[in-house]
Design a protein around this ligand. Structure first.
Ligand code: SF4
Length: 472
């Protein structure tokens, strides 16, 4: 039976080191190739990481896409990281230029009986491989994966300088890898709008690369440079993780707020980003839409974008990976209700752009809260102003700011007690502190959802709820 992955973590592997010098790479574009001191140490032990990244804590089996700003396989602890994820029952995808033999051999060995859950994206840097005489090494390593029954894809980054070599690329790939490579668009990293890197007319550029019949390239061309205004599940189905520090963000370009290595005994709470995409266009839509299903459009399946059938009838993907990649991860999630979509969208809009809901949305939210909270009395922690206003009829007290001290002294505790009594006697609106003697409520809603655990600990003994879970 296949355990389908339900979440995708685009996982940063902390090395900038690289053994190639591709001009279209973003490191190459910013002239920052440098092989000194660019490995960052992991900040937590493997025991701690295993606890924090377990299936039970993350809500099920996930896929971790391991990719470094440099060459992923040059990171010294990559084999242990791969081993950790496979042993935890997750899927692993590795992005690599596939010429670091020793690490590849170690990973093939580690994969062992878990090889069905390993996928390797082999970046085919034709110009560099030729310059350095590494074409045979690359081809031998692709075949090593195939012989070990490990799923792979071969992908070439579209670049103007390689166009004149397309006939040779086709010939080499058909004769030695069984099929044409897939083609991925290159982007200009020096421009904040990430336009295509090509200097050609778009029509010339497309014509040149369409001859390789890559569904990945064709899909990207249809949607390139189009902003996604729809409700997006990034943050719930797909996330970005920095493996060294544990910092998580909902998507590339979104604020990095929470740390997955905090509070390992508590579940990590996920939620979509709503209609608040932080980037000018979804340049990794071939993953976010095709594999994750973060929003709907006409994306092919990820299997179509990654697999090839060779002349001898064999596939680049194993049957298990083909099946997994034929589904979108969002299929395994309960769809958001319309109420929840509105609630999450307005919350994220405030969080990411400090924009309040429209009057119409406020009316709808007020109705939702009336139905959800009815006779309940709540405490409200660190609420955005619009939410504090809408929840006022149910609110007995609010906590509006972080405490100055992490745990109060005896003197401070007495002050806290006095502050509450003082406010009670004067019948003032009760805006209290975390350590004040809080009046009785049915629940305390924590609106700073990324730091729910920290605040919940401060309010030990009280029933607390993460705002993300308020509307179902
Ligand atoms: S539309 Fe794409 S880039 Fe934007 S938030 Fe969603 S997944 Fe991220």
């Amino acid at each position: 039976m296949i355990n389908y992955p339900i979440r995708f973590f685009n996982t940063n592997i902390p090395t900038n080191k690289c053994n190639l010098r591709c001009h279209y790479c973003y490191v190459g574009q910013t002239y920052s190739f440098n092989n000194e001191n660019l490995d960052k140490e992991l900040e937590y032990s493997f025991d701690h990481m295993r606890k924090c990244l377990s299936k039970s804590r993350l809500g099920g089996v996930c896929m971790f896409n391991l990719c470094a700003p440099g060459e992923t396989m040059l990171y010294k602890q990559l084999p242990e990281i791969v081993q950790m994820f496979l042993e935890l029952g997750h899927y692993v995808s590795i992005v690599t230029n596939l010429v670091v033999d020793k690490t590849l051999d170690r990973i093939v060995e580690i994969a062992g009986s878990n090889r069905d859950r390993l996928f390797v994206k082999c970046s085919f840097h034709y110009l560099e491989l030729n310059r350095l005489g590494l074409v045979d090494v690359f081809v031998a390593n692709v075949n090593k994966l195939k012989d070990a029954s490990i799923s792979f894809t071969v992908e070439l980054t579209a670049n103007d300088e390689s166009i004149k070599h397309i006939p040779d690329i086709k010939q080499l790939c058909i004769s030695r890898l069984g099929a044409f490579p897939h083609i991925v668009e290159s982007r200009n990293e020096r421009d904040e709008n990430f336009p295509r890197l090509t200097q050609l007319l778009i029509s010339e550029h497309q014509l040149a690369w369409q001859g390789l019949s890559s569904p990945l390239f064709n899909y990207q061309q249809k949607h390139y440079e189009k902003y996604i205004p729809d409700f997006c599940l990034a943050g719930d189905v797909s996330l970005c993780l920095d493996i060294a520090s544990g910092i998580v963000s909902k998507c590339e370009g979104a604020k990095q707020l929470s740390n997955i290595y905090d509070n390992p005994d508590e579940d990590y709470v996920f939620s979509g980003i709503g209609a608040n995409c932080p980037t000018p266009h979804c340049f990794i839509n071939y993953v976010h839409s095709a594999l994750c299903g973060c929003f709907s459009d006409d994306a092919p399946t990820y299997a179509e974008e990654r697999d090839r059938v060779c002349a001898d009838g064999s596939h680049w993907l194993t049957p298990v990976m083909r099946e997994v990649f034929s589904h979108r991860m969002s299929e395994w999630h309960t769809p958001y209700s319309e109420d929840k979509k509105l609630f999450i969208d307005t919350l994220m809009r405030w969080n990411y752009r400090k924009i309040s809901p429209t009057d119409d949305e406020k009316l709808r939210l007020a109705d939702i809260f009336k139905g959800t909270l009815s006779d309940i009395k709540i405490g409200l922690v660190l609420a955005p102003p619009y939410l504090a206003e809408l929840l006022k009829p149910f609110t007995r007290f609010t906590i509006d700011r972080e405490p100055e001290e992490s745990s109060p002294s005896l003197k401070q505790k007495l002050k806290c007690l006095f502050r509450y009594l003082h406010k009670k006697l004067l019948r003032r609106r009760e805006s209290l502190g975390f350590f004040d003697n809080l009046p009785k409520t049915d629940m305390i809603i924590i609106c700073d959802y990324e730091h729910y655990n920290k605040h919940s600990k401060r309010l030990a003994g009280k029933k607390t709820v993460n705002i993300l879970e308020l509307v179902k």
